[in-house]
Design a binder for this molecule. Structure first.
Ligand code: ATP
Ligand code: LTN
Length: 327
């Protein structure tokens, strides 16, 4: 069976973009793959975090994984910092990556823009991500489109090390969905929907109340021509909403265009509110049941033990191939 690895940062506000771009794939893959899903808390501290909030957010994301359908009987679910191999391997990879290639990462450029000085962790973020992936001999990495560049870097580092030392790593492939791979911000459809955007109406978080969902969708930026038609170039706002409607309802975009022919954006948006509220209601209900349960902690502890066993084997091989340590 092929091995799958992916991670989400515990930075709050898990939104429709995270769900449709990444989490939905997590669930689809778990029946016929060996899946490992991580809450990447060490990535979260590349920007300042409140310690109490970070702890809470780790459990929030873990509960959301389970609420959307990740099944701990089929998949390993754990917290990154509970397995020391991530930090260990990250250093080895750091010594085999170049400042030039890291400087080209668009996420680093975006997040360090307008700052006089950026934390080194923000710069080496993609190396830690490569360590996450390579530590588990991962074949497939399901992520949103925005992670393409990071996956490419991970592959480059793995190939570089395999060529320089004995073959040490499996070279992974990214898995990106066609629809849902890039959900855009509701207030500015030229930017991706993001957890960290200031305007809360730019995103729909999975735990939003129906009244908030309604407000965000009704306020969503569209255009003035009033025709419900998919055209990313000229009508990015409506195209983004059509994309969300389509993935959540199972109707195709042409079917939706036909359904709303001759109708205005108001009718379309009202129906979309219903579709989103209905899709998120069961996730929210399961989340409430799981979030404060002892079971959640047990699942994460058990996941860390299982992940650590795989990580230890890889680190043994890495140390041997690099001549590190004495064993
Ligand atoms: P931020 O926007 O604050 O940087 P994020 O929303 O990108 O955070 P991550 O934890 O970094 O959140 O991403 C988790 C997963 O969600 C990744 O696989 C990422 O590719 C995916 N993802 C994030 N935003 C979107 C989006 N707008 N559309 C589709 N997938 C997305
Ligand atoms: N950088 C990713 C989160 C992440 C990740 C990973 C995804 C960290 N490590 C390993 C897949 C595999 C992001 O979504 N921003």
């Amino acid at each position: 069976m092929k091995r799958v690895f992916s991670g989400v940062q515990p930075t709050g506000n898990i939104h429709l973009g995270n769900y449709l771009g990444a989490l939905k794939q997590f669930v689809e893959l778990q029946d016929d793959h060996e899946c490992i899903y991580c809450i990447v808390d060490m990535h979260a501290i590349t920007v300042p975090q409140d310690p109490k909030e970070l702890r809470d957010h780790i459990l929030d994301v873990a509960a959301l994984y389970l609420a959307v359908g990740v099944d701990p009987k089929k998949s390993i679910v754990f917290v990154q910092s509970d397995v020391p191999g991530h930090a260990e391997l990250s250093w080895v990879l750091t010594c085999n990556s170049y400042t030039g290639e890291l400087s080209r990462m668009t996420q680093f450029k975006d997040k360090s823009k307008n700052k006089e000085s950026a934390p080194t962790g923000l710069f080496s973020y993609p190396v830690l991500m490569a360590a996450d992936i390579l530590l588990y001999d991962t074949d497939i990495v399901p992520v949103g489109n925005d992670q393409k560049q990071h996956i490419e870097l991970c592959r480059d580092i793995a190939i570089r090390i395999n060529n320089k030392y004995k073959k040490t790593f499996v070279v992974p492939d990214g898995r990106f969905l066609k629809e849902g791979a890039r959900i855009m911000a509701l207030d500015d459809p030229t930017k991706k929907m993001s957890k960290s955007a200031e305007n809360i109406h730019s995103r729909i978080s999975l735990l939003d109340e129906p009244s908030k969902i309604k407000k965000s969708i009704m306020k969503a930026t569209t255009d003035s021509d009033g025709v419900v038609r998919f055209d990313v170039e000229n009508k990015p706002g409506i195209s983004n909403l059509l994309n969300i409607y389509s993935v959540l309802s199972g109707m195709t975009v042409p079917e939706l265009e036909a359904k709303y022919e001759g109708k205005g954006y108001g009718d379309f948006k009202k129906d979309l509110v219903e579709v989103v509220v209905e899709a998120l209601a069961p996730i929210k209900e399961r989340y409430e049941q799981i979030r404060h349960s002892d079971e959640l902690i047990e699942i994460l502890k058990d996941g860390a033990v299982r992940a650590d066993a795989i990580a230890k084997q890889t680190m043994k091989r890495v140390k041997e191939n690099f001549g590190l340590g004495i064993e």
